[in-house]
Design a protein around this ligand. Structure first.
Ligand code: SF4
Ligand code: SF4
Length: 166
């Protein structure tokens, strides 16, 4: 299933200079499904005439997911020198919904927000509604134990996140 990723915070992201694509515990370590990896690879190869050599496979039991390796400067592989995402049209779902994320609580799915994102206090209702819908679609692609393994290892900000007020 293709999930609609059209969410944009452009007006905040331009002055922020893609802070969240530069720090290792932020969205650069997005969880990526097999389907997303293929889509990004096809898009990138067609556009830049080379294979993106940046996916790191993480095995967990019989399941797996991917994360994007960082460059030596601790930037996301897909961040260009103008602080733009080179794969904007097919960027990982988890990047598209940032600064919102769904996490597994004890009994249900909770929604959290990263207060470090400059846009986090000014998100439109439309963005929040779309991000909630897509965060839930995103988390459901992975079993709780797989998703929690990724969160634990790659997304430090969730420990300092706030519960999303809808
Ligand atoms: S931290 Fe927030 S405002 Fe800055 S680039 Fe990321 S999403 Fe945009
Ligand atoms: S894929 Fe794009 S949006 Fe996601 S961290 Fe990399 S540069 Fe940023």
């Amino acid at each position: 299933m293709r999930i609609n990723k059209i969410l944009s915070l452009k007006e905040y992201c331009n002055p922020c200079k893609a802070k969240c694509c530069k720090v290792s515990d932020k969205i650069g370590f997005s969880i990526i499904s097999e389907e997303e990896k293929q889509e990004i690879t096809e898009y990138y190869t067609k556009k830049y005439y080379k294979n993106p050599a940046c996916f790191e496979k993480k095995n967990f039991g019989n399941e797996h997911y991917y994360v994007i390796k960082y460059t030596e400067k601790r930037l996301c592989y897909f961040l260009d020198d103008k602080n733009k995402c080179m794969i904007q049209k097919v960027k990982p779902l988890d990047c598209a919904i940032y600064p919102i994320k769904a996490v597994y609580g004890k009994k249900d799915i909770k929604l959290v927000i990263d207060p470090c994102c400059p846009a986090s206090k000014e998100l439109s209702q439309e963005f929040i509604e779309k991000a909630i819908e897509q965060s839930i679609a995103s988390i459901k692609r992975f079993k709780p134990e797989v998703y929690n393994n990724w969160l634990e290892k790659h997304i430090g900000w969730v420990k300092k996140s706030k519960r999303l007020k809808k």
